[in-house]
Write a new protein. Sequence first.
Length: 253
Amino acid sequence: MSTFSSASRLRRIAISALLLASCALGGCSSIDRLSQIGEQPKLSAIDNPTTQPGYKPVQMPMPKPEVASYNPNSLWRNGSRAFFKDQRARQVGDLLTVTVNITDKANLSNETQRSRTSKEDSGITDFIGSQTVTQPLKVLPGRLLTTDSTSSADGKGSVNRTEALQTNVAAVVTQVLPNGNLVVEGKQEIRVNYEIRELVVAGIVRPEDIQSDNTIDSSKIAQARIAYGGRGQITDVQQPRYGQQVMDVLLPF
């Protein structure tokens, strides 16, 4: 009975050590993933983006503010963008649809070759009376100034990449800059079986670039940050293990 208790105690200690090691290497994410074995991955809660740990307000160079002037007996205000008020996003909390349309294709190939051969032979056999010495120094060669060198380099490189992403995502205005530009951020999660696909879009847009149907193309977003990935069983299989990632970082060869 004592042996069985000792074995159980050792087993618990070993499991605790493994959990602690996994927590140290993976930021305790391994424990969460172990608790979700056999379960569908949970969707993230809908939270305020400005309260997230990594959120930082955007600061950009701004022009000097202009004082609005009003003309008597006129419905038009100087500096106004439209005569009638529209329903496009213009203030914090408003929504707009971002049309993500990325088609990137690159095919580059180049090669650089370099070769150089040089040889110097002075033909000097007597340097400052070295041969007149009773016993010439043996360290002096027959030709005193003879050099030769050879170097060559051959470098090749190629890039063949094709990327395509077409989708729509609704974004929320998180900040209005002093010049009227809008800081937007949108996140979309789709769960299919045991895999979650995530799409994140963030950047700065001009109100003038927002179309009448309250949509904007991703190519018109400044400082755009677009991320498309996932998490779940398929992603776990595709990712290398923690130990392999550590070895890839530490090994110098």
